[in-house]
Design a protein around this ligand. Structure first.
Ligand SMILES: [Fe+2]
Ligand SMILES: [Fe+2]
Length: 160
């Protein structure tokens, strides 16, 4: 398994979840989904992928700016997702749906930016940096719990 493969698989599962369930996801499942995004998917990007880009492209201000911009979306999504959970738990279904719609829109747009602007640059990075990133990404998946990881991917695809 390589890091880009792991992240792209997640992105596909996220798109399917959006298409097949979207704002009809129940609050409990959304919480599981959001915690997966924060504690695994975005963590792989923040702790491994983005630092590798920053290292490999340290002299390219445009790419550094791009990585910073994309990584800032994670903070926004984290806050927004926590609000969705809050509204879900307090039974404010109108606000829950409205914030969830916004969350999914931003998340998918964000993922598309990563796929179009960042992932294609990965192959140009020195092989040693890439291998190290692959190794660390697999370690994070294992630490999160491989069973938990596949359970969440399955949960995202269960209505397909
Ligand atoms: Fe991301
Ligand atoms: Fe991503």
């Amino acid at each position: 398994m390589n890091i880009i493969g792991i992240l792209e698989t997640d992105h596909i599962a996220i798109r399917l979840l959006n298409k097949c369930i979207g704002v009809n996801i129940d609050p409990g499942s959304f919480k599981t989904f959001h915690l997966f995004i924060v504690n695994l998917h975005a963590k792989i990007e923040d702790d491994i992928l983005f630092p590798a880009y920053r290292e490999a492209y340290k002299n390219d201000t445009e790419i550094i700016y791009l990585v910073d911009r994309i990584s800032r979306d994670h903070e926004l999504l984290k806050t927004l997702g926590n609000n969705v959970i809050k509204y879900g738990e307090s039974g404010e279904s109108e606000l829950y749906k409205r914030r969830l719609e916004r969350y999914l829109y931003i998340l998918i747009d964000h993922n598309t930016s990563e796929e179009k602007l960042l992932f294609p640059l990965w192959d140009d990075i020195n092989g040693e940096i890439r291998l190290q990133a692959d190794k660390e990404a697999v370690e994070l998946v294992e630490k999160y719990g491989y069973q938990e990881y596949t359970r969440i991917i399955r949960m995202m695809g269960k209505n397909i």
